[in-house]
Design a protein around this ligand. Structure first.
Ligand SMILES: Cc1cc2nc3c(=O)[nH]c(=O)nc-3n(C[C@H](O)[C@H](O)[C@H](O)COP(=O)(O)OP(=O)(O)OC[C@H]3O[C@@H](n4cnc5c(N)ncnc54)[C@H](O)[C@@H]3O)c2cc1C
Length: 257
């Protein structure tokens, strides 16, 4: 998995502090921004968190590029509705040798890894055969509609890829760019860094948290699963490793302090 922080709102912490201060101040916007020092911004953000005034953090967004993850992961990621996504399309991109993600528990067992690899090869072969099988009749369809041979072939290829891709598995590698504002990202980190989250999206959430905390140490200093700040809400499904989780995030906080 490769995760990059591609872009974020410049001077985000100052911007949020100024936006929040505006609610309680007679000053104009320009003056508030100009007078906002790093220390003042930091103090203001801590105060906002304490009183639960969280809407000003929505002014700042972060954009991440993610590669080398499965469609299983992105299916879970896009359930987070307060975000923007752009994902590589299987309708337009022909996968001549599709890449796939193998779960660690399968990689470490040679027999299981072999079953997995064979299954991927079979699906690649089925995809190739389906594309080949669909192309002539799709081309014919467009020729009958009066398209030139070149245009008919191009359109037929797209239609064929679109249908053949149905055989691809959840393991199929994909690439996605997503943008979230800080409020939405904090929610994502809370849910998906929990030990109850699925291993792959948890890996993504931990990396996203690390990068976000590097860019905005104050905003993300308390981010993490719910058990950092109270009892575990998972009931009998709890991982029971609250102390370990707290120690891990405390170490991260120190690294970004
Ligand atoms: C451990 C775990 C297991 C899961 N298992 C399953 C599963 O088995 N099946 C499954 O389908 N999903 C599952 N999910 C996904 C989960 O149900 C959510 O869809 C996902 O976590 C996104 O959360 P969200 O809706 O809070 O986030 P967002 O979509 O980002 O929304 C953020 C917040 O905005 C508010 N909001 C957004 N849209 C609405 C709306 N339409 N109406 C009212 N308020 C809204 C809510 O307060 C919401 O919490 C699982 C998630 C986790 C973390």
């Amino acid at each position: 998995m490769r995760v990059d922080l591609l872009s974020h709102t410049p001077d985000g912490e100052k911007l949020i502090a100024a936006a929040a201060k505006l609610c309680y101040s007679k000053s104009g916007v320009a003056d508030l921004l100009e007078d906002m020092t790093d220390d003042a911004a930091s103090g203001f953000l801590s105060m906002l968190t304490e009183i639960g005034h969280v809407s000003p953090v929505e002014h700042v967004t972060l954009t991440f590029g993610v590669e080398g993850v499965s469609r299983s992961l992105t299916h879970q990621l896009v359930r987070h509705r307060l975000a923007s996504y752009s994902q590589q399309s299987q309708r337009y991109v022909k996968l001549d040798a599709f890449e796939y993600i193998v779960p660690p528990a399968i990689i470490e067992d040679p027999d299981l890894a072999d079953i997995f690899t064979r299954s991927m090869q079979e699906q690649q072969a089925a995809y190739d055969q389906l594309v080949e099988g669909l192309l002539p009749k799709n081309t014919q369809k467009y020729l009958q509609r009066g398209f030139s041979e070149k245009e008919a072939k191009a359109r037929a290829e797209k239609d064929s890829l679109e249908d053949a891709r149905y055989v691809f598995p959840n393991a199929c590698e994909t690439k996605i760019i997503f943008t979230m504002n800080v409020r939405s990202l904090l929610h994502f980190i809370t849910l998906r860094t929990c030990n109850r989250a699925q291993w792959e999206i948890r890996g993504l959430a931990l990396e996203v948290h690390r990068l976000a905390a590097e860019a905005f140490p104050v905003l993300f200093q308390n981010a993490g699963p719910r058990c950092l700040h109270g009892p575990c809400p998972e009931g009998r499904m709890s991982c029971g490793r609250q102390e370990e989780v707290r120690a891990f995030f405390a170490e991260r906080r120190q690294a970004h302090a």
